[in-house]
Ligand binder design. Structure first.
Ligand SMILES: CSC[C@@H](O)[C@@H](O)C(=O)COP(=O)(O)O
Ligand SMILES: [Zn+2]
Length: 214
């Protein structure tokens, strides 16, 4: 796919949406120490050919600069000549898009997502039992039980990317990396944000519940 295949307006719209979400999450303190990355898919989608706008690597995500985002292809390669480096975790985004066909992916490091990923690390998933907010994932049955998958946090990102497809649970729009953070996705930025907020609520709940039960 060439850069020409993505209309300028589509690129600008994706960058503007990323900026909006980035501002909101930054105000919540969800990007400590330059952590976190955000992406929104743009243009046509097929599992072997797609493109998305993603945050550049290592930026302070609480400020806005002209070099905050770039467009990459399905392999995570920049689609235009640029000195910007895509997020170090771009390959994980590629695998989530390929496996789910989603439209946006948001990744944040928070204390609660790190705590529960360690608390349930050996179990391999975070159990959540009958909490109302799972309706944010469109799970409507009464007292539903869900398990939010956890992957190991290898230093080698391609090794994590290889595990993504097998770890995805169809009705759960997110994956935790152990002692690292959450990847949450949705059909578009609105849905990915709703999912991420629900995950963060559930992680704090799971952590506090585990303490209460001690
Ligand atoms: C600065 S610690 C966090 C990073 O190692 C990484 O996990 C992260 O989320 C941000 O990386 P980035 O390359 O800026 O997208
Ligand atoms: Zn990260």
């Amino acid at each position: 796919m060439s850069f020409d295949a993505i209309r300028l307006e589509e690129k600008q719209q994706a960058f503007a949406e990323l900026r909006e979400v980035k501002t909101i999450f930054a105000e919540r303190g969800w990007f400590p120490g330059t952590s976190g990355n955000l992406s929104i898919r743009t243009g046509e989608f097929s599992p072997d050919q797609f493109a998305f706008a993603i945050t550049s690597s290592g930026k302070d995500k609480s400020v806005h600069t002209p070099s905050d985002y770039l467009l990459v292809d399905q392999n995570g390669k920049p689609m235009e000549a640029t000195g910007l480096k895509p997020s170090a975790e771009t390959l994980i985004h590629c695998e989530i898009y390929r496996a789910t066909g989603c439209g946006a992916i948001f990744h944040v490091h928070t204390v609660f997502n790190n705590l529960v990923s360690e608390l349930y690390g050996e179990h391999g998933s975070v159990p959540v039992d009958g909490v109302e907010l799972i309706k944010a994932f469109n799970i409507w049955e009464e007292e539903a039980q869900i398990e939010i998958p956890i992957l190991p946090n290898y230093a080698d990102i391609p090794s994590i990317a290889k595990l993504v497809k097998g770890a995805i649970v169809p009705r759960i729009p997110g994956i935790l990396l152990r002692k690292h953070g959450i990847y949450a996705w949705g059909a578009n930025a609105f849905e990915a944000k709703r999912h991420l907020e629900a995950f963060e609520f559930l992680f704090e709940y799971a952590y506090r519940l585990a303490l209460l039960k001690k």
